[in-house]
Design a protein around this ligand. Structure first.
Ligand code: NAD
Length: 489
């Protein structure tokens, strides 16, 4: 592989919650890949800090196993593993008490490297961690904190959390993660939009009929039932991930690809969103898999509440009311236990104003499809003549803009969203992180929608295991003469 990786400056990264699921599955395997790629300097330190009583050797063993399990093929029998593990340390810490803090402060004392603190713990501990970082002398101007989702559960709690963090850190020290923004294709979307002359003149309501954003999962709530039932698809997925995707699709070109220039434009999109009336929202709950109810129970059984009204699926029609998008609906949908795992943004262009080929040739629309997972890539459906004799029949063919087609696969370095974002933290680049006002604006739009269905005592509609959601979701688009794209793996 030809590596174009530039090593980052020396850093110390403290991972609060360093023994947790996210740290073991994503953060540490990701850091290991950056180490293998030569991006982590040899004197960088990674300090796990969590509740478990472990010493550094015990932590290295835990992470060795985590990398073997979650690190993919590259992790197996890799000679870089031992030197990587040597860069790990561990401190047992009590986020709510005093245990471990002096020890951590001592480790962090007297260095002039970059200091980053990853809050990979439940949000109820964010304030405690921030307060103690300051109390023990670690919240100086060099410190950066990385905050996981969920960032609040409504506008009020998000504001309170922002205010708490602002007591100890400036906004330019706070990195609110939305790992969707770290995906290769999401950045490629910006390159396609703003690096080509071709698309931007058409990128508006005059030429775009509508836009769809789908994030479909095949998994159910699994072991997260208790947490999920208090949250639901709107809070868990729409307020953050789908909103971020919508912003990148809808925003005006920023003057530069720089943190505040990009985030200012995203904020304007969120603020231009209309309130969503009830008939533009469909909520659903999955049913059990027939014949396999034990393994794949219904949503209500999975969360152990036969009267739960939390949605495991939501579809809604959003409208960005500004000069560019007036009249072009944005249809968003996300759900669990759907027919396939697929995240896709689709820009459906309008019909040509007049068909010169007659009715038999059919009418075709250009569709730009941006796939985030699986099979990341971008394709543009173009209409051509069906080859061969038999008159002028039109067919749609995909113009594939996936990098794999155009570039030598050996030259592509695959970087997972988390590892990219952590390296951005170390580089001090906030472009792909959410600013506090963005998060608040997203909640300000989301809250009335949630309050609306709560005040109506709305009951989510059941949908079949392995389907595309409740039929009412398809109905919502059909009323407007449109249809959802098939959810395909
Ligand atoms: P987890 O329950 O697996 O791990 C929690 C970690 O926090 C453990 O290391 C635990 O020791 C530590 N901890 C808990 N209480 C503590 C205390 N009082 N003092 C010190 N340490 C304490 O959780 P997780 O799944 O790793 O999630 C961590 C955060 O990341 C959460 O905010 C979660 O919402 C978010 N998140 C997780 C995922 C994921 O895939 N797991 C995805 C997105 C966001």
């Amino acid at each position: 592989m030809v590596s174009r990786t530039i090593p980052v400056d020396p850093f110390d990264l403290v991972i609060f919650g360093g023994t947790g699921d996210l740290a073991r599955r994503k953060i540490l395997p990701g850091l290991f890949r950056r180490f293998c790629a030569g991006q982590m300097p040899a004197n960088a330190r990674i300090i796990g800090a969590a509740r478990s009583e472990l010493d550094s050797d015990g932590y290295r063993e835990m992470i060795r196993e985590a990398i073997a399990e979650f690190g993919g093929a590259q992790a197996q029998d890799n000679p870089d593993l031992e030197p990587f593990l040597e860069q790990l340390e561990y401190v047992a810490i009590d986020a709510k008490g005093t245990g471990g803090w002096e020890e951590l402060a001592k480790i962090m004392e007297g260095t002039d490297r970059i200091e980053a603190y990853y809050f990979s713990v439940g949000p109820s501990l964010f304030g405690d961690l921030a307060e103690r970082l300051q109390k023990y002398g670690m919240a100086d101007k060099r410190a950066r904190i990385v905050v996981e989702k969920p960032f609040g559960r409504d506008l009020e709690t998000a504001r309170a959390l922002n205010a708490t963090l602002a007591e100890y850190f400036n906004e330019d020290q706070i990195y609110r993660i939305d790992h969707y923004l770290g995906k290769e294709t999401v950045q490629n979307l910006m390159a396609v939009r703003f690096g080509n002359m071709l698309f931007e003149p058409l990128w508006n309501s005059q030429y775009v009929d509508h836009i769809q954003i789908t994030v479909a999962e095949t998994v159910g709530v699994g072991g997260r039932g208790e947490y999920y039932d208090k949250s639901g698809a709107m809070r868990d997925m729409v307020q953050n991930h789908l909103m971020q995707l919508l912003c990148l699709i809808a925003m005006e070109p920023p003057a530069q690809f720089a943190p505040d220039a990009v985030r200012d434009e995203k904020l304007k999109v969120i603020r231009a969103l209309d309130p969503v009336p009830p008939h533009h929202v469909v909520r659903g709950q999955y049913e059990a898999e027939p014949g396999n109810e034990e393994e794949n129970p219904s949503y209500r059984d999975a969360v152990n509440d036969p009267r739960s009204r939390t949605e495991s699926f939501i579809a809604l029609r959003a409208q960005v009311s500004n000069w560019r998008w007036a009249g072009t609906p944005f249809y968003l949908r996300t759900g669990k236990r759907m027919v396939a795992r697929s995240s896709e943004i689709t820009v459906v262009f309008k019909d040509t104003p007049h068909s010169i080929f007659g009715d038999e040739a059919g009418r075709h629309r250009n569709v730009l499809s941006i796939r985030l997972q699986p099979n990341e890539g971008i394709t543009l459906g173009v209409t051509i003549k069906e080859p061969g004799p038999g008159g002028m029949r039109l067919i749609d063919v995909p113009l594939d803009m996936s990098f794999a087609e155009a570039l030598n696969p050996d030259d592509i370095e695959h970087v997972d969203a988390y590892e990219r974002l952590i390296m951005d933290v170390i580089r001090g680049n906030q472009t792909l992180f959410m600013r506090g006002d963005e998060v608040e604006a997203a909640w300000a739009w989301t809250d009335p929608i949630i309050e609306g269905w709560q005040s109506r005592n709305d009951v989510p509609k059941p949908y079949d295991h392995g389907s595309a959601g409740p039929t009412a979701s398809a109905e919502m688009l059909r009323r407007e003469g449109r249809e959802w794209r098939h959810v395909t793996p």
